[in-house]
Design a binder for this molecule. Structure first.
Ligand SMILES: C[S@@+](CC[C@H](N)C(=O)[O-])C[C@H]1O[C@@H](n2cnc3c(N)ncnc32)[C@H](O)[C@@H]1O
Length: 430
């Protein structure tokens, strides 16, 4: 057992919970200053494992009425998870090296008490209402919300799929051709070509090698979820069109619009975040996208001097659909997220898009959320208040949640059905 990796993992969990940053960001910010290079891989594994068992660890602390600072709680989560996941081969005795500092004496005593108990045993003692949340390390509020729109068995399939992330990537045809890159990529990793989009592929084995390759670093390929491609497919951008992108940074979908039109559409891209726009500028340069104009702006206040035919609103949201790509969300979503705040921004952005589109214009609204409040409900309200027509025929995915009157007119993508991030997609005509 590595003390360095243990400490780094503890601080990574603490950082995610305090600052709500992604798992990868917390790792990059913490691991290099805490763990020597040779221990960093283990730090990653320990932290990831700590997140996957954090609900059970918290429950145990609560049951035994043990409290402590967030850092100590995070240390307990990591320690508990290392005992539960037998692949690490760690015993309570091994944990003594971290006791006294991060792990209190009472915490260590508690871990000794549960010696020999497996995670399955542990789950048997949990009230049925809490089992799904604890088993899949997801907050109860999210489970409750999702049980309003899907059966328990279906939800369990979904949650199970989030534990097995699928890594998608695209060949950037703005820089090279598919054949050339395909030849190189198969020497790096085991991949599976997508059946729907010929430039998309799934990395079955060798993810790290691909990420650190010059192909990725120089923008010949880009790692991103297939769901983003489906969103842009729904927008169906064409050569020569002028397209508004109201929430564009860091530019994955803007660059897809460019790729699908051979960079021959003019994209007016907006985002409220200066930092994310800076990141986007670099990404677009790397991918060889030239036909996009970037403006930092609150797009709920967008007033163009003329009306447009197409718009994309890939709105900010709870990110509840991205549990598999960012395991940190399991922890970051712990304190109840203000969904209404996101819903209000989304609605305001859509309103702004409608007002800047001409009659007969079209926009695509998407979120990577599993919640109907960030999907079906918004589109229903927009239809009522603006008389827009919703129709998402021919787009990959399954219909929206059954309890929505627009269910058949919108699309959802799910990890357990489509092997993608959870997305909501609606095509809306003005
Ligand atoms: C889901 S992300 C967009 C991802 C992007 N479309 C892509 O594919 O890379 C949502 C974005 O909305 C931006 N945003 C949030 N509120 C905004 C507002 N009022 N006006 C413009 N952008 C906003 C955030 O900064 C964030 O970059």
């Amino acid at each position: 057992m590595s003390r360095y990796a243990f400490r780094a993992a503890t601080l990574i969990l603490e950082r995610i919970e305090r600052r709500k940053v992604s798992f990868d960001r917390a790792f990059i910010e913490i691991a290099p200053s805490i763990a020597p290079k040779t221990h960093q891989h283990l730090a990653y594994e320990y932290a990831l494992n700590g997140i996957l068992y954090y609900r059970a660890a918290d429950l145990l602390l609560k049951r035994e009425k043990i409290s402590g600072s967030l850092r100590r709680v995070c240390a307990f989560r990591v320690a508990f998870s290392l005992l539960m996941n037998k692949k690490f081969g760690i015993t309570v005795d091994d944990l003594k090296v971290v006791s006294g500092g991060l792990l209190t004496g009472r915490m260590l005593k508690l871990l000794k008490k549960i010696k020999g108990i497996t995670f399955e045993d542990f789950l048997k003692e949990i009230p049925p209402k809490k089992v799904l949340g604890v088993k899949y390390a997801v907050p109860d509020w999210l489970i409750d919300e999702l049980l309003k729109v899907m059966e328990r068995r279906e939800l369990e399939r979904l949650l199970k799929a989030t534990l097995k992330p699928v890594t998608w990537a695209r060949i950037n045809t703005l820089k090279s051709n598919r054949k050339k890159i395909a030849k190189k990529i198969v020497t790096l990793a085991e991949i599976r070509w997508d059946k729907d989009y010929e430039f998309m592929f799934e990395i079955v084995n060798g993810r790290e090698r691909v990420i650190s390759s010059s192909l990725a670093k120089d923008g010949f390929i880009l790692i991103h979820d297939k769901g983003s491609t489906v969103v842009i497919d729904a927008l169906s951008p064409k050569v020569g069109e002028d397209i508004l992108d109201l929430a564009s940074a860091p530019g994955v979908k803007t660059s897809l619009i460019a790729q699908m039109t051979s960079d021959k559409a003019r994209i007016l891209a907006f985002d409220i975040s200066y930092n994310r726009m800076r990141e986007m500028k670099n990404l677009l340069r790397k991918l060889n996208v030239k036909n996009a104009d970037l403006t930092v702006l609150d797009s709920t206040k967008l007033r163009m001097s003329r009306r447009f035919k197409k718009a994309l609103v890939d709105a900010p949201c709870s990110n509840t659909g991205a549990l598999s790509s960012d395991p940190g969300l399991r922890l970051a979503l712990r304190s109840i997220v203000n969904i209404d705040r996101y819903a209000n921004i989304q609605y305001a952005m859509l309103k702004s898009a409608v007002e800047n589109l001409r009659k007969g214009g079209v926009m695509v609204y998407s979120t990577c959320s599993l919640l109907p409040k960030e999907g079906e409900s918004i589109v229903e309200r927009l239809e009522e208040e603006y008389g827009v027509v919703v129709e998402t025929d021919g787009v990959l995915g399954v219909p929206g949640y059954k309890n929505s009157r627009l269910s058949s007119k919108v699309r959802r993508l799910f990890p357990h059905i489509n092997r993608t991030t959870g997305f909501f997609i609606a095509r809306i005509y003005t």
